[in-house]
Design a protein around this ligand. Structure first.
Ligand code: NAD
Length: 274
């Protein structure tokens, strides 16, 4: 495990530190030789507040106490990684801007209005936001855009995603990223062609529309298919995530990439140079 006290390495705070992704992020930062865990934040009332994050996660103490004072934690850090919930993420963006630290946002399910509320913070500090932080999915986004641009509307596009039964939003942030990429490839606005959750007598499929389907069950980490279906042939682009560590590694890469960058809103395509 990498030394957490070395002050020369960028310090990263994890908010929502006791969540599924939060714990994976804490562990992945602790193992990273180029970063140190500078803080662990949870919401007031969480049972882990006041405990060492290492012991709260069932391991050895590492000298970082879980706190609900995000402002103090941010003041002593270079970046914050945030996989929490939309309203929490908006509040954290203001605190990150005040502290002048990079804000990496993995939170999904944000409405357009909620995303717009991040803009004042993005004017003051770098924000990297992506519905999926993995290299594989960001490659899939680019492939989807290219394939959608190459094929005409004889190919019906459907996006099928599967996740564990705890997930609270649908379609997934990744499915929406893939839908945006397909729409962009076709030169149309996703809102104008999106078909969500068909049910009942829906009528025949509309030419040029992009359909979304959400499967929820068990412990599925995250699976996405982009289906291009025409008469007599189908193309399926598929990404299977089997380990949450891929999202954590991408988020840390983004936090390190953001050091010294100009204020602004970025995504993983910027970080990965895709
Ligand atoms: P989770 O419910 O296990 O964890 C969320 C954590 O955030 C909880 O510990 C909760 O207490 C904490 N939290 C909520 N509000 C808070 C606040 N105001 N202050 C401090 N902590 C707060 O959920 P999860 O499965 O870890 O997913 C979290 C988010 O990350 C979801 O939106 C999910 O879709 C998204 N996600 C994104 C990616 C990606 O690559 N972008 C990958 C996986 C999950």
């Amino acid at each position: 495990m990498a030394e957490q006290s070395g002050s020369q390495k960028p310090g990263i705070v994890i908010v929502g530190a006791m969540g599924r992704m939060g714990q994976m992020l804490c562990k992945t930062v602790m193992e990273n030789d180029n970063a140190r865990l500078a803080g662990a934040v949870e919401r007031s009332g969480n049972a882990a507040i006041g405990q060492d994050i290492g012991t709260a996660m069932g391991g050895a103490a590492i000298g970082v106490t879980v706190t609900d004072d995000a402002a103090a934690a941010f003041a002593a850090a270079d970046a914050v990684i945030d996989f929490t919930a939309p309203q929490a993420t908006i509040a954290f963006s203001q605190l990150a801007a005040e502290a002048g630290i990079v804000h990496v946002i993995g939170t999904t399910g944000m409405s357009d209005d909620e995303i717009a509320q991040l803009s004042p913070a993005a004017a003051k500090t770098p924000i990297v936001r992506a519905g999926n932080m993995s290299l594989g999915v960001n490659l899939l986004v680019q492939l989807t855009k290219k394939v959608a641009a190459a094929l005409d509307e004889d190919f019906d596009i459907e996006i099928i995603e599967s996740h564990h039964h705890h997930k609270v939003d649908a379609p997934s942030g990744t499915a929406l990223m893939l839908g945006e990429a397909a729409a962009e490839g076709r030169g149309v606005a996703l809102d104008a062609v999106s078909d969500r959750a068909r049910d009942g007598i829906t009528g025949a499929r509309k030419r040029g529309h992009i359909g979304f389907h959400a499967v929820r069950g068990g412990d599925i980490v995250g699976e996405h298919d982009v289906l291009f279906a025409a008469q007599g042939e189908r193309i399926v682009l598929r990404h299977l995530a089997t380990d949450r560590a891929i999202f954590a590694r991408g988020a840390i890469k983004a936090a390190l990439w953001g050091q010294g960058k100009a204020a602004g809103a970025y995504d993983m395509l910027d970080v990965l140079g895709l």
